[in-house]
Design a binder for this molecule. Structure first.
Ligand SMILES: *Cc1c(COP(=O)(O)O)cnc(C)c1O
Length: 377
């Protein structure tokens, strides 16, 4: 039997091979490697899929987060509130712009930004009076949209820009509204391992604001004005390659089928594991795109034991994320101490993620769960 893949990109390629190969060949024949027609075609398709008015495809999910901060002039002296339990890019972009990331704790059940912690952190920054609260970057971690009902209310109350980092959240929903709709500006990543991945780096920004759209489109190409050699602001070189757009088009057409399979496999994992493990909870009205299927061990030692048992059976597992951002070396100067964000710290010590992708089968899930259920507590 072939070894079990954590994310089976090869199975996806074989399934879509004809369409992907045809699209790649068409780009090679055309020679339009930069800003070819497939880029606009993809942006239109992404707008239709999400229901959002404007889409700017970009070079990666990190630039997708940097560009709205640039567009809004967020920088030195500004505070941007982010969850601590996320991939480093969410906070890194804030620092890159000279602003200060303020780390908030997450919810123990959904792993997403905790509105109670967010409010407390905003009030603390206000009371201290050193930084100006400007924005919140909320993350749809592991494919599940954050609590946007509560987070939107807080952003409106304090006059903060709401950015949705849906790098992992593309394809998630709240009450039928698709992820990438919940921020004033929302972003995603097409890194190969994300729910919708390309064959290299890629990303996209979504908004309904026509002025912001124009500024983002300008920043993407060196701050261009009405034409290429008219430069009106400091920008980036942040275009998505035509080849990646051509690869994403057939993948987007297959996305819902794969997403349904991920949801079916997640349901089976949960059914087979819930007696022995703390399995993920999808709140009423929410839909996850299962960027990761992440469960909690009973203790750090238990996690070590479980991962060793999986490894012995040739089953891959990963820890997302072993260290919360407020405890990372790079953020030591901000002065956080152990215990400051207890939920993020505890989750980092017990969570682990199991194989999950659009081509996962029932047999494999059953085999994985059998191993997991044999491990002693
Ligand atoms: C992957 C990821 C990013 C960055 O995306 P890249 O395309 O790798 O730059 C940002 N935020 C989160 C939460 C991510 O998981």
């Amino acid at each position: 039997m072939a070894s079990i893949a954590f994310n089976d990109l090869k199975a996806q390629y074989h399934h879509l091979k004809e369409a992907i190969d045809t699209n790649i060949a068409a780009v090679l024949e055309s020679g339009a490697f930069i800003s070819g027609p497939q880029v606009q075609e993809l942006e239109d398709a992404l707008c239709r899929y999400t229901g959002r008015k404007y889409c700017v495809t970009v070079s990666n999910g990190t630039d997708a987060l940097v560009m709205p901060l640039m567009a809004k002039g967020i920088g030195e002296g500004d505070a941007v509130f982010v969850p601590s339990f996320t991939f480093v890019a969410t906070a890194e972009v804030v620092s890159q712009q000279g602003a200060t990331p303020i780390f908030c704790d997450v919810d123990d059940v959904t792993f997403n930004l905790d509105p109670v912690s967010l409010r407390k952190k905003i009030q603390e920054v206000q009371a201290e009076g050193k930084l100006t609260p400007k924005a919140v970057i909320s993350v749809d971690l592991f494919g599940l949209p954050a609590d946007y009902h509560a987070i939107r209310e807080i952003c409106d109350e304090f006059g903060l820009l709401l950015m949705e980092d849906a790098a992992q959240g593309f394809g998630g929903e709240i009450n039928g509204v698709k992820a990438c709709n919940f921020g004033d500006v929302s972003t995603t990543s097409f890194f190969p391992a994300k729910p919708l991945g390309c064959y290299g780096d890629g990303g996209a920004i979504f908004t309904d604001d026509p002025e912001l759209y124009e500024v983002l489109a300008s920043i993407r190409v060196h701050g261009k004005g009405t034409e290429k050699y008219d430069n009106v602001r400091v920008g980036l070189n942040a275009r998505l390659d035509t080849l990646q757009a051509a690869i994403l088009l057939p993948k987007l057409r297959e996305f819902d089928t794969e997403n349904t399979n991920r949801n079916n496999m997640a349901a089976l994992y949960t059914q087979l594991l819930r007696d022995k493990y703390d399995t993920p909870v999808v709140p009423e009205g929410y839909y996850s795109s299962w960027a990761q299927y992440t469960i909690k061990a009973k203790s750090p030692e238990h996690r070590t034991k479980v991962q060793a048992a999986l490894k012995a059976a040739d089953i891959p597992s990963m820890v997302y994320y072993p260290k919360p951002l407020h405890r990372q070396t790079v953020y030591e100067p901000l002065g956080y101490r152990p215990g400051d964000l207890p939920v993020s710290e505890r989750l980092s010590s017990v969570v682990f993620s199991l194989p999950m992708h659009g081509y996962l089968t029932e047999d494999i899930v059953r085999k994985i769960c059998q191993i997991l259920n044999q491990v002693e507590d």
